[in-house]
Design a protein around this ligand. Structure first.
Ligand code: ADP
Ligand code: MG
Length: 342
């Protein structure tokens, strides 16, 4: 069988591609380097990310997805074509069946843009779309086929999506444009205010990953941070503690908790009592911040756990979702564009 089935997680921070029978074959940053004189692609993925902040003026490094939606259409399409081409190898002339995830909260125009980009990038028509929280749940092997409420919270780079799912459909969901990137910004702002040190996005993310925690740690961690002294303008090193980062990211974490509360408030009581019984599952790279599950359990009062390899489930779930198209389609709103084809 030459036909390939591919699940794509087109994230703000990372693109993952899952191929049936092979697993996750691509996991790269959603970053593209473009030469401005002719808009040609210089590099895609990891290679392009390593150029961030280091290119000469005529070469720009772009993150074409923002807040979970396409911000730069042509670059997104080029990036998808590159990744799909890489996956197809010798079979690139045969269009693969593709399922791409989109945030549950996006407009039909934004959905259409993703579908169009996937099709121009080589996907068989119609390219299929699946709401991200549903894909995450399917990937994490949550039994979404039953009439039981399951809550998934995906904390990505640009967006946090909290959703209650039952029978392959999203019953209630809430999407906020606060996730990992906002935590990075909060870290940079804090370090600037507190230590007069200016740091870039990459450094802020490194600090967050190195010592960040949603709750104070019993044994505090520290890390060295290099930046530019705001007063002298010269390079300077300082030491930052996990305690400081916990304080720095309080606000973005509060928005994430707010989204979870909002979903629960709108969920019918039968389903929310299922969620209380089964707990909340966290997915997405942002869920890797230390103790986020504990913070949520404490503040919301419902057990919460992080899925194993939380960044992988959306792409895997999208791939598996291709096998359940009818069941998924049945559970989508009639006015929605999801999976509808043309
Ligand atoms: P998206 O779906 O938007 O592409 P991902 O699910 O790939 O996002 O998650 C990316 C986010 O996860 C980034 O903000 C990144 O900093 C964060 N992240 C990755 N690993 C960790 C970690 N170990 N601790 C905290 N945050 C992490
Ligand atoms: Mg994601």
């Amino acid at each position: 069988m030459f036909g390939k089935r591919i699940g794509v997680d087109l994230g703000t921070a990372n693109v993952l591609v899952y191929v049936r029978g092979r697993g996750i074959v691509i996991k790269e940053p959603s970053v593209v380097a473009v030469a401005q004189r002719d808009n040609s692609i210089v590099a895609v993925g990891r290679e392009a990310r390593d150029m961030l902040g280091r290119t000469p003026g005529p070469i720009v490094v772009i993150r074409p997805m923002r807040d979970g939606v396409i911000a730069d259409y042509l670059t997104t399409e080029a990036m998808l074509r590159y990744f799909i081409g890489k996956v197809m190898g010798w079979f690139r002339l045969i269009r693969p069946e593709v399922m791409v995830c989109i945030p549950a909260g996006v407009t039909s125009v934004e959905q259409r843009a993703v579908r169009d980009a996937a099709e121009s990038a080589g996907a068989r028509r119609p390219a299929n779309l699946v709401p991200e929280p549903l894909a995450a749940a399917i990937g994490a092997r949550i039994p979404v086929d039953t009439p039981r409420g399951h809550m998934v919270v995906d904390v990505g780079g640009g967006r946090t999506e909290a959703a209650v799912i039952s029978m392959y459909g999203i019953v209630t969901s809430e999407s906020v444009r606060v996730a990992g990137d906002r935590m990075d910004e909060a870290v940079a702002t804090y370090i600037k205010r507190r230590h007069n040190l200016i740091i870039g996005d990459r450094t802020a993310e490194d600090v967050k990953i190195a010592v960040g925690s949603a709750l104070p740690l019993e044994e505090e961690l520290t890390t060295e941070v290099r930046g530019r002294d705001q007063i002298t303008g010269l390079p300077k090193n300082i030491t930052v503690t996990s305690q400081e980062i916990t304080q720095a990211i309080e606000e973005p974490l509060a928005s994430i908790l707010g989204a979870i509360r909002a979903v629960l408030e709108r969920t019918p009581p039968e389903l929310s009592s299922d969620v209380v019984d089964r707990g909340i599952v966290l997915t997405g790279g942002g869920a890797l911040i230390r103790n986020l599950d504990r913070l949520i359990s404490q503040e919301i009062g419902i057990p919460c756990s992080v899925a194993e390899n939380p960044m992988d489930w959306v792409a895997i779930g999208a791939g598996i979702a291709l096998e359940h198209l009818d069941l998924i389609r049945r559970a989508q709103p009639a006015e929605g564009d999801f999976l509808a084809g043309y």
